[in-house]
Write a protein that binds this ligand. Sequence first.
Ligand SMILES: [Zn+2]
Ligand SMILES: [Zn+2]
Length: 345
Amino acid sequence: MKAVVYSGYGATPVLTDVAAPACPADGVLIMVGATGVCRSDWHAWKGNDPVELPHIGGHEFAGVVAAAGPEVTRWRAGDRVTAPFACGCGRCEFCLAGDAQVCPRQTQPGFTGPGSFAELVAVHAADANLVTLPAGVSFVTAACLGCRFATAFRALTAHGRIRPGDWLAVHGCGGVGLSAVLIGAALGARVVAVDVSAAARERARELGAEAVVDAGGVRVDDAVTEITGGGAHVSVDALGSPALAADSVRCLRRRGRHVQVGLLPGGPVPLPMDLVIGRELEIYGSHGMAARDYPAMMSMVADGTLRPARLTGDVIGLDGVGAALAAMDAPGSTAGMTVVKLTGG
Ligand SMILES: [Zn+2]
Ligand SMILES: [Zn+2]
């Protein structure tokens, strides 16, 4: 099969012929229809998130089941599916409770094994991890859902418990942040988007932000508190930085909820715990979304309440993956999510 392979960290990814992955006994092989190019792929390629070399990246995919292992009961060849980026083992107490996103034995195609920058990708524990694609949702649209969009959706709904009319502050308007802006606005929240980039703020406005704050120009907590008349009900650090995380907590209304979505690889981060006590704030970490929680999101995508296609940027072929990864050497762009399209549908 064709796949994009790199043999060393930072080495140019090459489109080449490789052996197809084996089909796991409890898993499936998926013929990839489309797959997103995410900054997490870039981190793996650069060696910031170690993988086994040579490696095939890619973790935001949708396609058709090509083969199912003998232990799989719910899926068969021809099913249109997608999967979360973190796939649970399907057997542990967390998976059985529906929380595969925190499974201690989770597998992640594109990180713990070969990914979806390929014609075929293997998914383990398919009965626990695959999600049906509604007929009206294309592979390209679905490829934007598995990582950044689903993560933002769960951060706002499960943790933020956002309600119509609530103020939502989004700190950092990259892929996750812009997803949060779009989802928050679609769910009826009033969104304040915070970013240092004028282009990112403009994009956030287009996607439904009612107000924007230039993080480089003012004290963010004061600005958000003023705009929202006392602080945000829900606030998200969508980028991952100690300063943004602290701003996100400080800009909350009393009884407000902070959700940490952006990764903080640098280790422990100081937060204003005095405010957490005095204002009875809630602090959550959010790590993707398990397959169990997809149907609610998917039905909102299918009925047009959520329109993730608005976040899609360039649509490229497998031969463009190397250049798309290299383009991420520059800081975040607002051009939208780059998606690799392999087949129609
Ligand atoms: Zn598990
Ligand atoms: Zn991703």
